[in-house]
Design a protein around this ligand. Structure first.
Ligand code: CP
Length: 307
């Protein structure tokens, strides 16, 4: 059983919660590779997927995970809802819950939206990304994918490279990877690294070549142009020259690195196509593992409803 009622942030999870989710994900990964990919684990549980921000991977993998677990599901997109007529978040969710919904999966641009809902409404909440705060299920699937590659997270050297300051993926991964014993360096231009990030126990590098030489795993993050109000670097071309991960840069390192990216990718900016699609990339394994790990998260959050 998880130590928390909801799945809102990695910060509040214990190492044992993460290990529990991984072990359950192992079972579900075996299930979804069988000819019959469904189990009845969430029969009679109703899940609402509330996406107030765009998503491809997270939305579809939650939906598929719920279907594989035999849950009843409803999907909500704010762009076609009464939010457009001014309905508040709490009113929207309470109206959805009146239809006897047990679990709410929410993505919202407001950091803290998932915790706010957990405080205000009667349902189990899963955070599918809240502003630049956390994206816990992304960090879980990332750590699970590293564990699959190395057998453990203990001692694995992970570099998170790119737009750290706007990234909920970076923050959740820093908490998650460190709880599981990995060593973490964040790397990028000074302007894209939060000032006091060392207080989270990570090291900071502004030199991508040195960072690549150090790490076992390069987790490349998207330049989030849509969240950047100011100019954080002179041009995309300069970003690519100094921080972009391409084949030439990897060849200079002279060792095999695991390449990750949470998606969506800006091809030719933070990562070149030959690296994203190359032999060391596990980007599509991350997407595949999103289904099994989200099945595990949904299963353990819903376990609490049945108690
Ligand atoms: N990694 C991720 O959260 O992708 P989406 O925005 O497509 O869900």
């Amino acid at each position: 059983m998880l130590s928390t009622d909801h799945l809102i942030s990695i910060k509040e999870l214990q190492k044992s919660d993460l290990e529990l989710i991984f072990n359950t994900a192992d079972e579900f990964k075996a299930v979804i590779n069988r000819p019959i990919k469904k189990v009845p684990s969430l029969r009679d549980i109703t899940v609402a997927n509330l996406f107030f921000e765009n998503s491809t991977r997270t939305k579809l993998s939650f939906e598929l995970a719920e279907k594989r677990l035999s849950a009843d599901i409803i999907n909500f997109a704010s762009s076609s809802s009464s939010v457009k007529k001014g309905e508040s978040l709490v009113d929207t969710v309470n109206n959805i819950l009146a239809m006897k919904v047990d679990v709410v999966v929410i993505r919202h641009s407001y950091p803290g939206a998932a915790q706010f809902l957990a405080n205000e409404v009667q349902a189990r909440i899963i955070n599918a990304g809240d502003g630049a705060h956390e994206h816990p299920t992304q960090a879980i699937l990332d750590a699970y994918s590293i564990r699959e590659k190395f057998g453990t997270l203990e001692g694995v050297k992970v570099a998170i490279i790119g737009d750290i300051v706007h990234s909920r993926v970076a923050l959740s991964n820093i908490f998650c990877l460190q709880k599981l014993g990995a060593k973490v360096v964040v790397c990028g231009p000074k302007t894209l690294i939060p000032k006091h990030i060392q207080s989270l126990g990570v090291e900071v590098s502004y030199n991508v070549d040195e960072t690549l030489a150090w790490c076992d795993v390069a987790m490349v993050l998207r330049i989030q142009l849509e969240r950047q109000e100011a100019s954080y670097f002179p041009s995309l071309r300069e970003y690519r020259t100094y921080f972009g991960i391409d084949r030439q840069r990897l060849e200079k390192v002279g060792k095999d690195l695991v390449i990750m990216h949470p998606g969506p990718i800006n091809r030719g900016v933070e990562i070149s196509s030959d690296v994203a699609d190359g032999p060391f990339s596990i980007i599509l394994d991350q997407v595949e593992n999103g289904v099994a790990t989200r099945m595990a998260g949904l299963f353990h959050v819903s376990e609490k409803i049945r108690k």
